[in-house]
Every structure is written in structure tokens, then in C-alpha cells.
Write a protein that binds this ligand. Sequence first.
Ligand code: NAD
Length: 414
Amino acid sequence: MSLITPNEITEAGQIGSDGRGGWVVPDRPVIPFIEGDGTGPDIWRATRMALDAAVKAAYGSSKEILWLEILAGEKAYAATGSYLPEETLNSIIQYKVALKGPLTTPVGGGFRSINVTLRQRLDLYACIRPVKFFPQLPSPLKHPEKIDMVVFRENTEDVYAGIEWPAGTDEAAKVIEFLNDQMGCRIRQDSAIGVKPMSSFASRRLIKMAVNYALRTGRPSVTMMHKGNIMKYTEGAFRECGYQLAKEEFSETVLTEDEVGRLSEKGSAGKVVLKDRIADMLFQQVLLRPEEFSVIATPNLNGDYISDALAAQIGGLGMAPGANVGDEAAVFEATHGSAPKYANQDKVNPCSLILSGGMMLEHLGWTEAAEALQRAVQETIAAKQMTYDLARQTEGATLLSCSGFGAAIVQRLA
Ligand code: NAD
């Protein structure tokens, strides 16, 4: 399968629009990839092998991905002096999908998160993270087989909007003065200030995407996760937005939990049940009663926390795929970060990025390849062929390197 350079691209490789909100995907689409920092290059290599093998297994030589490298993160900085070159953003807009390895962000200073910038600049407003148990995955739960959830995390607002000023700066002082003098607040002078904007526009489109997904895939419920008891006008309004949306746009297909009665979790006559849970309580309930939750729609910060917590129930971050999706483009990436302490050791679990690639194949409508890939991953894990993160928790496991895991997937697809 092919790695191409910009000079080798032809028009034929571009994904087009069908004019009805869907895609027209050529048999040889150009797909840009960002290798990523830290462990990114290791998991990207294993992922590319697995995806190419899945496409070949499903379609022989009639379809093929043409991989085009685009730069972001440390590699981009070394080559161009920018962590996120405009050219990279333009390529994703042009080709409509991309696969991305994790990128490092320093804590407390330095540059702003490239991941957050990418999501905001391309308006990739939904971060979609499926969490599903496969047999033989290590789990702290007694019945991990009950876990089958998909998190829809709002990606562009909330405290992730990046509007904040350090304590002691003129900007922080100005905001503090305004809030204390004109809004009746009592904020200490040495405070740092962060702003949490949440619009009904962004909340509504995210919840709408989650509800449409539940309807399309036959899932029984959508749970809005929020902290509206404390943050009434931001997270509380998120919840209200959802119920209003259900009334205005989904009256034929969605019922609220009140409407079906508190004890029913199955939905009613094929309708999706829309419900809400306060964030702290949901953390408890996904452990104690995971079968009651199917699709979770949530503001940005809650979504960050719950995604990692759910990943821990199905083997950890190495098993957690994700997609950042907007109306015009989609970037597929693992839930985890660059795990720099394991960089270049060919050691970490590439499943997170491989399964993100599987989501990308589904997004392209290459369902047969997505299913073949998913089956190969499941069979490899069921055979206890595992990278260190899973193997150390599994009796009788065969320890594989990152590339060894990729090769095991290829072997099952051959
Ligand atoms: P991390 O997710 O990179 O790693 C935390 C730990 O999780 C690792 O030490 C490792 O034990 C485990 N882990 C992660 N990926 C794994 C894998 N594939 N297989 C097995 N185990 C795995 O979190 P961190 O150390 O807090 O963050 C490192 C950097 O990544 C930071 O700069 C952070 O900002 C960035 N980050 C990037 C993204 C992204 O690119 N989307 C997401 C989260 C964090």
C-alpha cells in the first residue's frame, strides 16, 4: 500500500460531497496522517500495517488508501518552526479526513494545546469515543461485558476554550475589577481567571449528533452528563438544551426518562430515551450499573474525565479509540496522549489508534474493512496476544511489542 508525496496527488483521490450531507469516496482516497509525538510514530507504524491489511482483506486490490504525511507537533516545529502549520489544516480541510497520533502539550506554560487548536480551527465539534469490552481484556469490574458506551464530548467550548489569564497580570486584574465593582462578585486580587463559555448553539448540535447516532445505530438511550446543580447557567443549560431539542426536533422518536417512567432503561417502542445524570453520580453509576448507559453526551471537561475513567474499565488507555468530527471534516485519534516515557521503545499498545482507524473506515463507508479489522483485534486479544499494558494484568498472556501486535493483526487478516 502506498505512502505518497504531495506531487503524486491527483484530483481523483479527493473525497467529495454527495450534496445530501454524505460523502463520495473514491477507491483510492488520499488520507493525510500526522505521526504524532512521543509514542506516536510507534503506534502509527503498527496502525498503518493493520489498516492496509484490513482494506486488502476486504477489497483485494480494488481499494487502497494513499497515505499523505502532514506535519504537526515536534516534527512540524523542527521542519517549519510552527507546531501546527497552516498547510496541515488546509490538507485536512481539503481531504476531509485525517488520522492523527498524539501530540505533546506542556502543562502550565509554553504553547497552547495543538489538539485543542486543531479541533477549534476545524470546528470538529464532537469528540466521539466508543468504549466496548472485548473478551480477555483485563478489567477491575466483575461484569465488564456490560460495558458498551459511546461518549459524545463537546469539543470547542467550556473551559477548553482557552480563555484564561494568569494571576498577577493586568488582564486578570481588569477582569477582577469589573466583576467585583460591577457584578457584585468577591474575587481575591491574586486570583487567576478562567472563563467557561457554553452556547446553546454548540450544546444543541452536539446533543443532536448524539441522538441521531443513537437512532441510526439502534441504541436505547442518550444520557446528558452535566454538573448543572452547581453550574446552572452553563452545564444546567446544556441539560435544558437537550430536553428542548427532543421536544422540538425528535418528538416522534425520542422520549424523556420521565415520559417512560424512571425504571425503564429499554426505551419504548423503538424510541430512544433521553435522560440526564449529574457528573459525579454518573462516575459511580457507570461502575455499578454500566448496562444502563449507552450513549453519553457531555460538555468538554466532563467528557475528558469520563473517557479515561471508562477506558480503565476495558483494559486502559491503550484500548481507547476516538474521532473528532465536524460537519466538514473528521480527525481520528486515540484518546490517550503521547506517553513520552515510552517513546521509541516499540512497546505501547497500538489498539487505540488501530481502532480509531477502524472508526475512520466506517466513516468512509468501508464497513467490510472496518469489521474485518475489529474482528482481527478481538481475535488477537482473545488469543491473549497482548502488549505490556494488558499482558501484565493477564495470566498466560503472550507479550508482544507494538509492531508485533500490528504484525499479529496483519497475520489474522492475511
Ligand atoms: P498519556 O495518555 O500520554 O499517558 C498516560 C499513561 O497512560 C502512560 O504513561 C501509559 O502508562 C498509559 N498509556 C497511554 N497510552 C498508552 C498506550 N497506547 N498503550 C499503553 N499504555 C498507554 O498522558 P500524559 O502522560 O498525561 O500526557 C502526555 C502528553 O500527551 C501531554 O503533553 C498531554 O498534554 C498530551 N496529550 C495529548 C492528547 C492528544 O494528542 N489527543 C491527549 C491527551 C494528552
